[in-house]
Design a protein around this ligand. Sequence first.
Ligand SMILES: Nc1ncnc2c1ncn2[C@@H]1O[C@H](COP(=O)(O)OP(=O)(O)OP(=O)(O)O)[C@@H](O)[C@H]1O
Length: 427
Amino acid sequence: MRSIEKPSEIMQTLTDDERPVVLKVDHVAKSFRLPTEQANGLKMAFLNWTKGIKGYTEQTVLKDISFEVRQGDFFGIVGRNGSGKSTLLKIISQIYMPEHGSVEISGKLVPFIELGVGFNPELTGRENVYLNGALLGFTREEIDVMYDDIVDFAELNDFMDQKLKNYSSGMQVRLAFSVAIKAQGDILVLDEVLAVGDEAFQRKCDNFFANIKKDQSKTVILVTHSMDAVKKYCNKAILIKDGEIIVSGNKNDVADRYTLENIRDKDSNKQHYEENSATLGLNEIVPVLSAAPVDSPLCNYDSNFNFQVEYEYNGTKPFYMALALHDLTRGGVPYGDSFDLTESGRHIVHFSIPTNMFNNGDYRVIASIHEWDGEHTESAELVAFTNENNACDFSLRDPRGTDNFALISKKALSYQILDPHLATRQF
Ligand SMILES: Nc1ncnc2c1ncn2[C@@H]1O[C@H](COP(=O)(O)OP(=O)(O)OP(=O)(O)O)[C@@H](O)[C@H]1O
């Protein structure tokens, strides 16, 4: 069905709300039955039935999902593993039927959801392009027109007469992906495709996405875990959690909330670990040591990251605190500093870090308490530390911070001590 025939020049001039709706998902719900008891044969099934044993549990994956996608949208679907994104794409692509609700589509929808569906290893690359195209609903003549473009994009000109089983897995993905994106559909549905192929192929895909984003006659629905991709390509997005949409519309709100949800999840694990202080690197000299954000752990260049470290020191020696900054995205410890602590007992020291010298990434502040051996501070011993469960995580997401390195100079960065009566920087 091709009901939308507006030329793209006209589409460019339409505002967001004037563009026609090409996908309407209305109160969609879906659950799966997971078998619990095995019924071997009819007799067992009958006995189970008489005992009231259903033999399955019902898992609700999507509860009540409604949203609209307009022509020209680059629409992101975001959520943690198992949140139901692929199930939703399969319902949109009419691979699964929803239990409740409906999906309305205007135009030709081309899904790239599961690799290899419709590919036959015994056929050549060329035959597979025609087979795949046919499965997507294109005629032989239509595929003739697209063929060269598909093969060029996949960079497989020399291999099209070889059987698919002789392709490397990367070559197979490239061919399947090229069929999906070069097929002349109106709505392209893509599940986790951003890591397809090697670096050069990825650059090509990046150009393709940048161009299709400008073409207001084409609509893309993209499932991804990359928040950089959501911010770069999408104009709208939804975040799914526990089968429901929890944020809808603005792509930046969706991407930021997704990052926050990930941080929160780590925090809820913390409580579990707090019951067992031995796993936290604590002991009777330092029974309390934890670092935590004071404001939002999601930062950009316009706000400092503020955090606090709570400690209880019951020893008698001079002692100090070290704060190591770990780069969770790229690995390594790009920055660290130490502070003499003036007060024993239980206290909270506040710190602040300027964020505009970091690149985007996830970071963790790990605090540790050290005791000096003697009055004259020749050697020190580690007495307590925060491990990943009571350390403090924060994330930086800023359009200006997309370089993939995190070089931080100690001359440029310093933790600012907000409680100078409790802590002073060493040296
Ligand atoms: N055919 C199926 N039969 C039974 N359960 C299924 C089926 N398909 C999906 N599920 C379950 O539905 C839930 C959601 O799965 P889905 O693949 O949609 O999540 P997702 O958000 O795409 O996850 P990921 O990010 O890991 O790809 C999971 O718990 C999964 O086990």
